[in-house]
Design a protein around this ligand. Sequence first.
Ligand SMILES: Cc1cc2nc3c(=O)[nH]c(=O)nc-3n(C[C@H](O)[C@H](O)[C@H](O)COP(=O)(O)OP(=O)(O)OC[C@H]3O[C@@H](n4cnc5c(N)ncnc54)[C@H](O)[C@@H]3O)c2cc1C
Length: 342
Amino acid sequence: MIRALDPISFADWFRSHGGSQNSLKRMWDPIALALGFIDTEQISARCMLTIFMMFASKTEASRLNMLAGSPDESIHKPILRYIEERGAKVHTRCQTRRILFEEQNGQTQVTGILVANGEVDEAIAADIYLAACDIPGIQRLLPSEWRKWKEFDNIYKLEAVPVVTVQLRFDGWVTELHSAEQRQQLDHAAGMDNLLYSADADFSCFADLALTSPQDYYREGQGSLMQVVLTPGDPFVKMSNEDVAQHALKQIHDLFPASRQLNMTWFNVVKLAQSLYRENPGMDPYRPPQKTPVSNFFLAGSYTQQDYIDSMEGATISGKQAAAAILQPTGYQVKGTGLFKY
Ligand SMILES: Cc1cc2nc3c(=O)[nH]c(=O)nc-3n(C[C@H](O)[C@H](O)[C@H](O)COP(=O)(O)OP(=O)(O)OC[C@H]3O[C@@H](n4cnc5c(N)ncnc54)[C@H](O)[C@@H]3O)c2cc1C
């Protein structure tokens, strides 16, 4: 039922049920921009309604949570520890450059992958191959010969959206609204300890990381570390980092006028020209299943077929589905279903 709404935008679906334009602009656009980095005219009704069905049915799903510290410390390292404790090894900074394959009894089989190892490429052979790439990565990696299968060819119809993230450090507390004294002191953190949304800035969601994730981001003697996510990112990818930071600073000043009394002491800009899968109306059928026409080659990644949005949860679901497809011939099953399943 919800999947059948993929061809229309959330805005069209909302208006067809009597929803107002102002509600789209003031409430639903910031939500769509925060979730998928595109607005309600651009995002498919399937995508938004899937999320809200989950929020409606799972109490814990609509809780706003921030990590205690940086993603590296709070997500990546615990995952790495878990994997390594079970005897697996993770190699970073070694790009898979090419997939080697051959025809065996009329069936295509992967025979190895070429992986960058310093100046040379190293061939690695395995029983099963799983490519858990992002969209630009998988589009570069797949052999062009495989585009004869629609499951692979359709991947080239998928697009990724640009996004720009800006961090700005201040010598006081930007979101402290009540007391000028609290705003300007540097003995302790003050202000709003939550993820914040706005319809009045080019960043739809933002937070003071020194308050929400103090473990790594609160610094003694320093103030707010505002992180803002500029969406849609298209106009900002082309701008210089200095101009992007000044633009974000001006909009922070407009939202929190008293922060004009504070100084920005540092900034950092991260531009991703291709980030999330662009969840436009009508694109869902082009997402590939995890099982592919090549019997020992599987796909995972948030952009592959899974019912949740492009997110950590979506990536996890895709991984579980890939594991289930790999294990299918053995009779073993994957434990657990993740947060979401319909
Ligand atoms: C600014 C921003 C904020 C976000 N905030 C949140 C959030 O708060 N919550 C949330 O749930 N999600 C969030 N997301 C979305 C989340 O990051 C993605 O949905 C998730 O990372 C997708 O996981 P993935 O494994 O599918 O792909 P990715 O995390 O993109 O991983 C794919 C990896 O494959 C690698 N790769 C590609 N080609 C090759 C190759 N040939 N050889 C080797 N490696 C290759 C890439 O370098 C990449 O590291 C955010 C995304 C962005 C950009």
